[in-house]
Design a binder for this molecule. Structure first.
Ligand code: GDP
Ligand code: MG
Length: 333
């Protein structure tokens, strides 16, 4: 059974049950509305399935930020689809398109490991990277709160020493979460801060160390060198760490987030993606584009401003949130 049928069976027509599904539901409302509007506008002009139809469909999908490769693949596979050849009414054709898209999401995520990995013994280190404003510090603040609530001891490292405001921002999260923060003077050496933090995490047997980093230095090469230096400092002290290098991306930037992902992934070994601000974005489809281009799994999503709006990424809930109204309930057919 493809993902489309599984979702239809699990959610079709019914109301979402769990709190997490609800979060995805509301967090992806904008993306869902944007996509539905594009799809509806496209099918309002529907006449027949011909060459123009496929060209226009491809263009619409690219415009809907599902990613170029997926748009092309989906259109190609639909060309040969018997189901599509048999569909006559616009609603039928639309349903075939949505089914194909949802199933592609499912296939692309089949072997994907969306879980965050923790050390079997000793401190776990998560290193957060990404451009300024992407949501690194906020994500660390929210995750620290959740980890702390689940009974883990947490330590934060203010590795973004470039801006004084960045240190203060992480300190503020530390106070709110009741979690200690290792800092330096503004302009201090980030690797030295991280070194102190790792030593402290070891000495105090801290469960999880979350490392914030600068999104921008004098130039890109400096930034990548700095991240490399930080990583080496961590590995020297804890050979299995960092357990995760999480690239934080702002989903509202759409294609730009995708280019950033490609760039970071070339120079820094990224183990997972945090996609933030989905609540404010009409471009949730970018998850598929990123996954397809990089084969790096999305591990966390920001679905709102609240502490609990940072959620583990669940592909099924995500697709449900993105396509909800577009998947017809079984009895509606
Ligand atoms: P950094 O420069 O990467 O550390 O980014 P910040 O953590 O400072 O975040 C930049 C802005 O994005 C802040 O105003 C955050 O409140 C906001 N932000 C981060 N994540 C989310 C999210 O998931 N949803 C919303 N609505 N805002 C977010
Ligand atoms: Mg920051």
């Amino acid at each position: 059974m493809g993902l489309f049928d599984r979702i239809k069976k699990a959610f079709g027509g019914g109301e979402p049950e769990t709190k997490a599904v609800e979060k995805y539901d509301t967090g992806l409302e904008k993306s869902r509305d944007t996509f539905s509007a594009k799809l509806n506008a496209f099918f309002a002009g529907f006449r027949t399935v011909d060459e123009d139809f496929f060209d226009d469909l491809e263009e619409m999908l690219i415009g809907a930020d599902v990613g170029y490769e997926i748009a092309v693949q989906l259109t190609d596979e639909l060309r040969d689809s018997v189901k599509l050849q048999n569909a006559k009414r616009p609603e039928e054709v639309s349903q075939v398109v949505v089914q194909k898209l949802v199933d592609l999401y499912g296939e692309a995520g089949e072997a994907e490991d969306n879980a965050l990995h923790y050390a079997a013994t000793g401190p776990t280190v998560f290193l957060f990277v990404g451009v300024n404003g992407a949501g690194k510090t906020t994500t660390i603040g929210k995750l620290a709160h959740q980890l702390e609530q689940s009974g883990k001891s947490v330590l934060l490292a203010a590795g973004d020493t470039f801006r004084a405001g960045a240190i203060a921002q992480l300190e503020a999260w530390g106070r709110r979460d009741n979690v200690p923060v290792v800092t330096s003077e503004p302009g201090g050496d980030p690797a030295a801060v991280v070194y102190d933090a790792v030593r402290r995490a070891k000495a105090e047997d801290v469960d999880v160390l979350l490392v914030d980093t600068a999104g921008r230095l004098q130039n890109k090469v400096n930034l990548m060198n700095e991240l490399d230096k930080i990583r080496r400092v961590i590995v020297r002290e804890l050979p299995d760490a960092p357990q995760e290098v999480l690239l934080v991306l702002d989903s509202t930037t759409g294609q730009n987030a995708l280019s950033q992902a490609k760039e970071f992934n070339q120079t820094t070994k990224v183990s997972g993606i945090v996609l933030t601000k989905l609540d404010g974005s009409g471009k949730g489809g970018i998850v598929l584009a990123i996954r397809n281009a990089l084969h790096v799994p999305v591990k966390l999503v920001g679905l709102g401003e609240g502490m609990d709006d940072l959620q583990p990424f669940d592909p099924n809930k995500f697709v449900y949130g993105l396509f909800k109204g577009l998947i017809q309930a079984p009895d509606a057919e």
